[in-house]
Every structure is written in structure tokens, then in C-alpha cells.
Design a protein around this ligand. Structure first.
Ligand SMILES: NC(=O)c1ccc[n+]([C@@H]2O[C@H](COP(=O)([O-])OP(=O)(O)OC[C@H]3O[C@@H](n4cnc5c(N)ncnc54)[C@H](O)[C@@H]3O)[C@@H](O)[C@H]2O)c1
Length: 354
């Protein structure tokens, strides 16, 4: 059995990743470190609680003593690092905690990993190697974002060689953490990989993010707030497709490489709201919850434009060719299929299942 440290697993992506990974790899013990900030929720991991190969530890990735203890106690032989402050709006109001968690936290984690693995040079067979010929040293996989590349004009895509140009304190803190990870590979020869992913959506996302905000407000009959003119474009990826990409890169990615993960699903925010409202109109017509409304009344009527986010990047779009060609990754969901699954999950969460 091999013990892998996962951080930030009580959040959105980590809590989708853990059950997927536990199921797929019976040879792993997963040690999960999460501070349970406002964004972490143990309810997200309830289905894993009884699994003997799953261990949850509440704590801060910036706490060096705790991180060292975890490496020693569990003999950690790999890290997949999700933990972060992740909400751009919060980073505009309170950037300090983003620098602390995303920069100092990543530094603490990788520095402890490096020192521990120097002292404890694990060498083990990969799944594919029946002989002892092929062996790998423990890997540090850093989960990052396409926001590090800044903003695009009307055309073009982010590739792995696009220069970094972060525009928000969030993206600047993630860009800094990417650089720290890169430096440990270049300077100390650590076995690192970085994945930069586009906007995720799916079950278990925190209420503050765009898609849960649209669904929740629609179902409550509240205004659905849209920044600016609603024409900012993001490239949406279903969260489980991101998890599968991480799995591939963690196991098969080349040391020191960066891989972009994106769904080729560019949508303006307005297109996202329109699609969600159209699906809700079918699944839970407004007139069924609000009899005073006539039967043609659409959730779209709730769309309300609000003052734009400061420094709001106009367009993100990922070129995932490297991951597709080298590791044969494909997204299983397109936006139309993924958003239906997502809405069905939130309808259950918000108690509206008709
Ligand atoms: N959500 C997206 O669309 C998206 C896209 C690309 C990349 N990412 C990256 O993926 C990772 C996960 O994102 P998410 O959406 O699941 O985030 P999230 O905000 O939902 O979850 C973050 C988790 O990290 C934990 N955490 C925060 N500070 C911590 C600390 N100091 N120590 C330990 N745990 C701490 C929180 O409690 C929470 O469980 C992040 O690194 C983020 O930058 C997210």
C-alpha cells in the first residue's frame, strides 16, 4: 500500500476526486489534509468516511510541524495539492489570506515533501512495471488554474507556453505557487507536475460560485446577478473530467511538465444563465412554485446585471491538445450533458426534486 497526501479535499474538486480515486486505486491509502475553511465541508466526503483507506486530518498546509508529522507518520509517497483560497471576488476584498495559503502554504508543503523524500528515497514499481526495471520517485502534483495566463482577446487559446500575466490577487497567488513548484523541479530535481485547468462545474461546488448562484437564486425567485454585460467568456469543464485528467497526469505525465486541462466549452456568462434557466423552465416551471405567475414565465426574467468585478478578465480558453495527444485524455461530458447532471444534483440539494 502506498500513502498519498491530498490537500483541500473537503472543497469542490478535491471532494469529487477522493471517491473517484479511492474506487479506482485499491493500492492507495489517502491522507486528506484540509483546514475546513468556509469553503470546506465534510458533508462532501460523507461517502468516504467509513473507508479504511481514507484518513481525514483537519489542519493548515502552512503549519510546517503538522505537515512534517503527516509525512513521517504516514510515510507519504506522493502529493496531490488542491488546497487553496479559490474565489476571485474574495481575493479582491482580502488578498492577504490568498498569499498566505496559496503561496506560503504551497511552499511549506513542497519544501517538507522535498526534505522528507531526500531522507526517505522511496523507489517503487509502477503499476505497469512487472519487473523492477521501471521505478519512479515520489511525485508532487500541483493543481492550478488557467487564470495565471491572464485574459485573451476574441481569438486564441492558452497553451502551456503562454506567458503568465495574472490579473487578480487570486491568479497572482496561483501563478506564484506554480513558480515555486517549478523552482523545486529545476533546482532540486523534484518529480513535479502542474496542471492548469479552466473553470470547473458540477456537484458539491460552493454556493458562492457562478453556477450554484444562478440555480439557487432562480429557485428562490431572487434576482440572478450577472457581472457587467454578461459577455465574459469562460471555458467550462465538468469536474469529473478534471479529476480524470489529474489522475492521468499524476500517473503518466512527464516529470517537470505542465499540462492544460480544458473542455473546449467556451460560453459567455449570459449563455450559461440562459441555458440553466431553460433547463429549469422544463424541470421545475416557475408557475409550479409561484402560482401567481402565468405559465409562460421563465427564470430568465430574474437575470439582473450588476456592477462588473474589478479587473474582470474578458475571456479564458484552453488548448488541451498536449494532454489529449500525449496522455489520450478526453472530456466525457460536453457542456450540455454536464450541466443537466449538475442541475439535477442541485435540485436535490436545494430540496426541489419535482
Ligand atoms: N474551481 C475551479 O473552477 C478551479 C479551476 C482551476 C483550478 N482550480 C484549483 O483547484 C483547486 C481546488 O479548487 P476548488 O474549487 O475545489 O476550491 P474550494 O475553494 O472549493 O476548496 C478549497 C479547499 O481548500 C481548503 N483550504 C483552504 N485553505 C487551506 C489551508 N490553509 N490548509 C488546508 N486546507 C485549506 C478549504 O477548506 C477547502 O476545502 C485550487 O487549487 C484551485 O485553485 C479550481
Amino acid at each position: 500500500m502506498k500513502s498519498i497526501l491530498l490537500t483541500g479535499t473537503a472543497g469542490f474538486i478535491g471532494s469529487n476526486f477522493v471517491p473517484y480515486f479511492l474506487d479506482k486505486y485499491p493500492e492507495y491509502n489517502l491522507v486528506n489534509l484540509d483546514l475546513l475553511t468556509y469553503a470546506g465541508n465534510l458533508e462532501n466526503l460523507k461517502e468516504c468516511e467509513q473507508n479504511p483507506r481514507y484518513k481525514f486530518i483537519k489542519g493548515d498546509i502552512c503549519n510546517r510541524e503538522l505537515v512534517e508529522f503527516i509525512f513521517n507518520e504516514y510515510g507519504i509517497q506522493g502529493v496531490i495539492h488542491f488546497a487553496a483560497e479559490s474565489h476571485v471576488d474574495n481575493s479582491i476584498k482580502n488578498p492577504g489570506v490568498f498569499i498566505q495559503t496559496n503561496v506560503t502554504g504551497t511552499f511549506t508543503l513542497i519544501d517538507v515533501a522535498y526534505k522528507y523524500w531526500m531522507k526517505n528515497p522511496f523507489v517503487y514499481k509502477t503499476r505497469s512495471s512487472k519487473s523492477s526495471a521501471e521505478s519512479i520517485i515520489p511525485r508532487f502534483h500541483h493543481i492550478s488554474t488557467d487564470e495565471v495566463y491572464g485574459t485573451l482577446g476574441e481569438i486564441g487559446l492558452f497553451t502551456e507556453s503562454t506567458p503568465y500575466a495574472p490579473n487578480s490577487p487570486y491568479s497572482a497567488s496561483k501563478a506564484s505557487s506554480d513558480m515555486i513548484v517549478r523552482s523545486y523541479q529545476e533546482t532540486y530535481g523534484m518529480n513535479t507536475v502542474i496542471t492548469n485547468c479552466s473553470n470547473n462545474y458540477g456537484p458539491k461546488q460552493h454556493d458562492e460560485k457562478l453556477i450554484p448562484t444562478i440555480i439557487r437564486n432562480a429557485l428562490k425567485g431572487n434576482p440572478i446577478p450577472i457581472y457587467g454585460d454578461g459577455k465574459n467568456i469562460r471555458d467550462w469543464l465538468y469536474v469529473l473530467d478534471h479529476c480524470k485528467g489529474i489522475d492521468l497526469v499524476y500517473h503518466k505525465g512527464k516529470t517537470g511538465e505542465v499540462y492544460n486541462i480544458g473542455g473546449r466549452n467556451e460560453r459567455t456568462n449570459l449563455q450559461i444563465v440562459d441555458r440553466i434557466c431553460a433547463i429549469l423552465d422544463e424541470k421545475v416551471p416557475r408557475s409550479s412554485s409561484y402560482p401567481e405567475l402565468d405559465s409562460g414565465s421563465s427564470y430568465k426574467e430574474l437575470i439582473t446585471f450588476v456592477e462588473d468585478r474589478a479587473g474582470h478578465d474578458r475571456r479564458y480558453a484552453i488548448d488541451a491538445t498536449k494532454l489529449e495527444n500525449e496522455l489520450l485524455w478526453r472530456a466525457d461530458e460536453n457542456f450540455d450533458s454536464g450541466i443537466v447532471k449538475t442541475i439535477e444534483w442541485y435540485l436535490k440539494k436545494y430540496g426541489n426534486t419535482n
